[in-house]
Design a protein around this ligand. Sequence first.
Ligand SMILES: Nc1ncnc2c1ncn2[C@@H]1O[C@H](COP(=O)(O)OP(=O)(O)O)[C@@H](O)[C@H]1O
Ligand SMILES: O=P(O)(O)O[C@H]1O[C@H](CO)[C@@H](O[C@H]2O[C@H](CO)[C@@H](O)[C@H](O)[C@H]2O)[C@H](O)[C@H]1O
Length: 495
Amino acid sequence: MSPSDHSLVRLLAGWLPGQRWFGGKDGPIDDLAIGTATELHTGEPGLHHLILDVRQSGSVERYQLLLGVRRELPGPLRPVEIGRLTGEHGIDGHVYDAVHDPELTRPLLAHMADATTVGPLRFRRAPAAVIRTDLDGVPSTAEQSNTSLIFGDAHILKLFRRLSTGVNPDLEVNLALTRGGSEHVPAVHGWIELEPGTDGGGAGDEPTTLALLSEYLRSATDGWQLALTSVRDWLAQPTTPPGPAAVPGSETFTASDAGAAGGDFAAEAERLGAATAAVHRDLAAAFGVTRATPARVRDTVFAMNEQLDQVSAAVPEIRPHAHALREAFDELAAGAGTLPVQRVHGDFHLGQVLRTDTGWMLLDFEGEPARAPAERRAPAHPLRDVAGMLRSFEYAARFLVARNGDLPPDTADALELRARAWTERNRKAFCDGYAAAGGPDPAAHAALVRAFEFDKAVYEIRYEARNRPAWLPVPLKSLAHLTGPGGRGGQRSME
Ligand SMILES: Nc1ncnc2c1ncn2[C@@H]1O[C@H](COP(=O)(O)OP(=O)(O)O)[C@@H](O)[C@H]1O
Ligand SMILES: O=P(O)(O)O[C@H]1O[C@H](CO)[C@@H](O[C@H]2O[C@H](CO)[C@@H](O)[C@H](O)[C@H]2O)[C@H](O)[C@H]1O
């Protein structure tokens, strides 16, 4: 296959915007080129690894793809067909997203087990890891930005879809935490990387991480699913009698009432807070703690305002909230003292935590996919992660309320009250667990937490616009609550 295969390029340009992991849905593709093409499996079916250079609004992003080629496409693979090539550059057959073809997933494990190099691709096995080569991979159905393949009950391979030059922080941090003996992260089993110099440069001698193979935590359920189950239970509590009084005690309905419902999540939220504090300690031990001067804190606030400018330009619906957002950012700048900063998770939310038989595990230290690699690695105050998780409680409740569509106003108000009660109860439990386990007390740093939460909400609006436009109402609606009267913008009393 040659990088100048125009038919393939045309097919890919039409196919990319429909993929969950494509982060450029907010604008057209101006140009697409195949950066590297590496044949990983010859014959029928064939397997090619592609790196695509996608130009949009003047900048180029790189995406990774495993392309399968078959003369005849079996029924189960038809939905993932990209198109058909008729002899161009020796390809005569159907091309498709190969992560859905179990036959083509085994070679990936075999290459990692043997630590081979194929063209610019280097397959690596972690020291002491045993990689099974007799398992087929099945794509995970979890809600995620990349694509993960699950190999039996042994391994999970995350294929980073949008590539950042250099070692991915997910690999870097997981290796460091595993080495330090952290109990809250799955073991690294291997990875795939791109030789330095083959990817447009920019990172000196550092290879670019393409995929991460980890221990598969088979008994685990992710926090997002657990939280949704709890919210669903709570929202479905019978209401009596119908009509305006349908909300049980709506005027006096409190966060503690939410605990009376089935599927209460608060004890889990508290344990999750404790696990988060433990991982922050492990991260501090592995990477150290430094102190950010007031000038650096003001730089952080500058970056928050800058992100808001960018998002306001792209998503006009955020503009009515801009003033309240800037007030919260400026309050942090005004009171800026010296802050302890360290490596943090960087994109902490309920989809990044797994409840196993033995407790909570933390995943995906990649940072926010929409940020530049240097920003993702930058030390931050650990309450930034706490704020991320607090947003996630809000998301879980609001996601299900949004799913109910247009409801009569009374019913909508009732659901809103219930959702808020669930959110408050779990936010508090999480913060209590975090502080009790030795983390800085969120209640004692309200301005900091608020600024981080608002900044995360702005980030989420951009993320949803680019990746999942159908979800955009979730963070937008929560902004109205956050910045409105009685929202967190008005909760100065915590300090
Ligand atoms: N080691 C693991 N064991 C079991 N499930 C996992 C593991 N790692 C990830 N998952 C599942 O995959 C989902 C997505 O993983 P994540 O690393 O957050 O991917 P992404 O960065 O693409 O969002 C998680 O929410 C979880 O359900
Ligand atoms: O998991 P990723 O590292 O890819 O993070 C990105 O995608 C997340 C969604 O998959 C996104 O998280 C947002 O949606 C979650 C529900 O799906 C919610 O729990 C989070 O609170 C919310 O931020 C994340 O922001 C993004 O970086």
